[in-house]
Design a protein around this ligand. Sequence first.
Ligand SMILES: Cc1cc2nc3c(=O)[nH]c(=O)nc-3n(C[C@H](O)[C@H](O)[C@H](O)COP(=O)(O)OP(=O)(O)OC[C@H]3O[C@@H](n4cnc5c(N)ncnc54)[C@H](O)[C@@H]3O)c2cc1C
Length: 513
Amino acid sequence: MLPDRGVYEVAIVGFGPTGAVAAGLLGKKGIRTFVCDKLHDVYDKPRAIALDHEIARVFQHLGLTEKIQPFLEPFTDSVFYGVDGQMIKRMSTVSAPYPLAHLPSMVFTQPPVEKVLREHAASFGCIDIQLGQTLVNLEQDDDISTLSLQAEDGSVSTIKAQYVIGCDGASSAVRGFAGIGLQDLDFDEPWLVVDVLVNEEGLRKLPTTSVQYCNPQRPCTYLICPGNHRRWEISINPGEDPQMVSTPEGTWKLLAPWITPQDGELWRQASYRFHALVADTWRNKRFFLAGDSAHQQPPFLGQGMCQGVRDAVNVCWRLEAILRNGASDTLLDSYGIERKAHVMELTTRIKGIGQLITERDVEKARTRDAKLLDECGGVVKAMPRQDVQPALTVGLLSPVLHPARGTIFPQPLLQNKDGQPLRMDEIFPAGWKVIFSKDAGSDVLSAVTNHHLPHLQVAQLGVGQLVELENVLANWFSKHAVLATIVRPDHYIYGVCINANDLAQQLDALKLL
Ligand SMILES: Cc1cc2nc3c(=O)[nH]c(=O)nc-3n(C[C@H](O)[C@H](O)[C@H](O)COP(=O)(O)OP(=O)(O)OC[C@H]3O[C@@H](n4cnc5c(N)ncnc54)[C@H](O)[C@@H]3O)c2cc1C
């Protein structure tokens, strides 16, 4: 039986990457949180292998940059080859100076990174982690949620929490108990995912960039992962048996164009249906969905886990605002509204890349190749993966439209008093901020006085501690031609302002309490 520790402020069901990040974020704020998982250990095989700078910034906020560093490497470019083996597209990363002060795209090894996230969450006294506990029932009334948890010996305990976040993956029990359905975004393909630890001999045979083979006979993806880890995602053809192709013999047969069993060791091979699904709604009163419980998308851009981390950040700063700063409960409504719209837009873009890779009709594929080459005048230009990321378009955003609204505010490198580089969030931690350009005059600066935001941080570029090393912020202000920007605790831009009046009105309208 679980000990009776009274009413928790938050309960997190599922201690995968989404649940572990959520627990770490709440732990940092001293929020009394219960975490459970039906399993004891992290899944020991990699599933996610790519992450981006937004997620690296979250890990930085958790104080984990150095601990996670050994398991990260830069993501190589992805080259797309057409029907006749010609390059038709290339995806790269934005070049330095980096907008968020981290490599924009990375590959990583999921199990050790998950371990670091779990250990971090467990380091807080306010986080109570119970493993080997399966959620078997969930109820709520106006005041409280009640979770029933089954231990491995069959005994059932109940715990109570004000709010519940379902981070319990694709088959989410929380989603079921909350009565939330899934919307099918119309992508359903059988693929084999193969992870190989390749030896020196094998590595010499393999491409030195990641590759999308847009081959109608057998679309597939080759990915360069950390160290000697290489991944193939190979489409399963009509008539092929997913069970057969995922046996070692079946898998080596499909790997034959690249390597043989002498060249490496199979780490994991599994057949999947690549889906595109999103939860109808992400909130039912005290229950919230986050991570794979709320969405699943094909892995063509490596964004599944990244989306879960975005969910965790988004719901946790809202919960903190309610539990610690007395914000209105309605603040929680915009969580699902903005995350669902963002997930749907990104999934649409990922599906677009998927459809480009998986065209099975040879003539249509040749037309695709000709069109792509035509569009770039015959010379393929690298497109940064970050260009595919959508902005937030609905939710807690200023009514004043601007291309920067809903995008992520940069994190410039600043210099400390000894001239050493420091990332901006190390000096100005997550929270509401108004950041002024160096051109903002005293009228604009003084417009910040009228606001309802708790712990608002205010800074002007070039003044005090906000002296940057690489012009990232200066270039951002001049590109957007604004004098001030209102930044949310998750670093998304609430709104931008071009004069004092504009700033005063937006701050005045922004009432969270
Ligand atoms: C082949 C493949 C490739 C991928 N590549 C990438 C990539 O490159 N980049 C990327 O960002 N993402 C990628 N993803 C997606 C990524 O792996 C997932 O999005 C991510 O692991 C989801 O994390 P999560 O914490 O939401 O869910 P999960 O990792 O599924 O964790 C859910 C947890 O909940 C627990 N649980 C379930 N039910 C219960 C219950 N009733 N009671 C208690 N506990 C419960 C489970 O034991 C589990 O620990 C890929 C996925 C696949 C399959």
